[in-house]
Design a protein around this ligand. Sequence first.
Ligand SMILES: O=P(O)(O)OC[C@H]1O[C@](O)(COP(=O)(O)O)[C@@H](O)[C@@H]1O
Ligand SMILES: [Mn+2]
Length: 631
Amino acid sequence: MDKNRQKYKYLYLLSEKYPNRQSVVTELIRLKAILNLARPTEHFMSDLHGEYESFFHILNNCSGVIKEKVDYLFEKDLTPAQRAEFCTLIYYPREKIMDLKEKKALSPSWYSKNLRLLLKLSRLMSYKYPQSELKNLMPKGYETIILELLTARPNDDAFQEVYFNTILNTLININSGNEYIIAFTIFIKKLAVAHLHIVGDIFDRGQRPDSIIDMLRQHHSVDIQWGNHDILWMGAMCGNEACIATVIRNSVSYNNTAVLEKGYAISLRPLSSLASKLYPDKNLNIAMKRTISIILFKVEGQLIKRNPDFNMESRLLLDKIDYISKYIKINGKSYPVKSPSFPTINPDNPYELTEEEQSVLEEIKSSFHDSTRLRKHIDFLYQKGSVYKAYNNNLLYHGCIPLNEDGTFKRIKINNQTYYGKNYLDFCDKTIRQAYLGLYDQKVIDLMYYFWCGRLSPFSGREFKTFERMYIEDKSTWIEPSDAYYHYCDDENVCNMILEEFSLKTKRGHIINGHVPVKVKEGESPVKANGKTIIIDGGFCKAYHNKTGIAGYTLISNSRGLRLLEHQTCSNIKEALKANQDIESVSCTLELQNYHSSTADTDLGEEIQEQINDIYHLMLAYQNGLIPEKA
Ligand SMILES: O=P(O)(O)OC[C@H]1O[C@](O)(COP(=O)(O)O)[C@@H](O)[C@@H]1O
Ligand SMILES: [Mn+2]
């Protein structure tokens, strides 16, 4: 290769994309302009816990942002009832149109009016986006017409007015009104939320985590920070038997086996047959829970024994039961065991599965392995997910970073290696990916269970008391000791130390966590450490509404700062929507900047700035004649 070409190899490569000065100048101007657009809006949610119905709605109403914009824009033109009806049209266009059709309320003038409203709203909401990107946010096939309508200037010129009206009337007259209304609503929802972060725990407790994942797979821009419940299902898919047993146990406990059987084609038939044989006098659900729990405690025990470095010996409880007196001794104290019937336990070898248990577990394990839909969903979690994310100077992770009692990073020894802080989270991330590949030893698969419930797991950070919660009445044994992190997350200095560990700026950065339900009704605040940490587990999950008093949070970060929407509980979302009612969301400003931040202040802005620098060098190379221009 000639010397000049070698020296400017990178610029030569770049010149393939920008072959002459003209193309370089166009791109330079475009990128510089993007830097000055308002910072794109990000939404953060966590702990969805299978609560599909409310998540579906919150995603459709963009956490209440659509209503805010509609109220702001049409305050004078439309009555509150008309605005509510228009919002429902945006959230659920198909259903609303059907409903109006039945009521014979659709007419060309209805289409014309609503398309004009949608257009006005789209114009308002597209101000944050470069023209070049708007097209990508429009549904395929509708871009040309939507762009024409957006850019026409009917108020400036009589010809433009005719032009605009012709487009609109033609599409209505040829019966394309419905399609375009739907296309506009999709476009508007994308404009409202540039990027969505899910800070963990999509699975368990609620009815349809599978439908939530289907929805997320359709989302235009999303990332996920894994929660312990997600890790649990991922571990099950990696073939970890303790994870599999826990997934089944959780589903049976919450009486929502539909997600396994219908959602993922994982039959519980082998379990239910064994359960009714072992506990014929119990109701089937209780019998199944007992059967799978004992299987779980056995395989968990085996896993703990082969991994002494997990330090989970306190969870070895089956060998602490006196199977004659029916008492269990924990830390020197004896407790009576609740409903003490253990037909499958051999007191001499309590962690050994019976043949029947073994075969139930094998069958369930193979149906996990064979579930194509679950595999697709877990693939998606792997692709979009990670242990943590440092994004626009915020640090996102579900649970904790293990700390010592003095607030310093805890050193964690695994496989004779010591990890702490960021490198511990990186180690976890790498291990979790290795476990899915099936190319590594049993240890990485065993670690998936540790990550679900281990005391030093970044997803859990507490010692689970699953056995005690099931078999011991005395609630003092249920208390789950948790990591010092959970009180230090209220300490500004410690939070700054954590942000620095991830090379983030302490002045503008935040830590965003889920995992610990915020007891709003007891006056607890989600904002900790003088605003450095925000915990956004507001309890989407119905079972936790009593604990939190609300129905979930959405944290919003935009060009003016941070605010938190507190979603209020709603007894029947479907009924409410029929009456054009909405889930109420109370907005609270957490941080109001006295300036508007722009794209230049974001990670994307940094990337763009780098591109600008490179392209600028290419422009100089063309100007100096170092690289020849092409046509
Ligand atoms: O409230 P449930 O469903 O009985 O579950 C309780 C268990 O779930 C956990 O809270 C973990 O789940 P979260 O990550 O949702 O907190 C354990 O600490 C506890 O043992
Ligand atoms: Mn959690």
